[in-house]
Design a protein around this ligand. Sequence first.
Ligand SMILES: C[S@@+](CC[C@H](N)C(=O)[O-])C[C@H]1O[C@@H](n2cnc3c(N)ncnc32)[C@H](O)[C@@H]1O
Length: 267
Amino acid sequence: MSLSDLISKPDLVAGVTHIYLRSIGSPTDIPAPETSVQDRLVRDNVISGDCRAISDNFGPRRAYACLEWYRQIQKPDYWSEFLGRVSIRRKSVLDIGCGPGVTVAQCIERGAASVVGLDSDIEYLSIASELIGGDSRASLCNATAERLPIRDQSFDVVVCRVALNYMPLDTVISEVARVLKRDGTFCVIVHGFWYYYRMLFANPRRRAYGLSVIKNGLVRLVKKGERERFLAVRPLSSAARRAGLHMQEHWSPASRSDYFGAVFRRS
Ligand SMILES: C[S@@+](CC[C@H](N)C(=O)[O-])C[C@H]1O[C@@H](n2cnc3c(N)ncnc32)[C@H](O)[C@@H]1O
């Protein structure tokens, strides 16, 4: 079954998402798929015969695409209405670290004039191209956020969803400021400390992962380090200010939340 067929069926998307989250040791409140859904996913070689893992044939990136589809389309308030915070309609939008392209699809859905999805991972871009399916308003670009192959002041809006944690903060934010038009908007969602802290109570693999990211985050407090790390509001807003971007708002759904979001304006 192709990914675009699969995402048109909410029960299959929820089923894949549940199995993917369980397989990586992440807690989930999505109910386990019913037997008929499991049978369908096994038959189409999306999940393993024992319904415990994503099949090698389908792969973790497609499963992640389902997770994002589930969160953004079936549960649009999951990120506290990330895109609802900026005006997208008739705007030119750049999505940095677009991964499987679900946010790109969402921007089109919300009336953007044009959207460029940029990612360094070619496999994610091929999934994004499957999902976006030749819409003339969307294009994809294989490049790194550290060196955007984009002219100065080209975009009204730059968005970046849970990707800045993996990127060198100062370099990428000054690239964002460079490609934004005057008065342009930069909207981000990042994982904070508590997202990684909660991994410490998951399975051993996830625990080791969480520990290493927390260590990277602590190292970055005292010296520059660019590996995956948690981010906090103040260092993010300081990096943005140095680049000429001013924070307009930041939000998180609760204290000790897994993530927070922020909106910046270029002066
Ligand atoms: C957790 S995924 C988020 C994907 C997408 N924004 C979403 O919300 O589903 C992080 C993405 O950032 C991309 N990425 C990480 N470092 C990057 C870099 N330096 N330049 C461009 N993309 C990068 C990864 O390839 C991956 O697709």
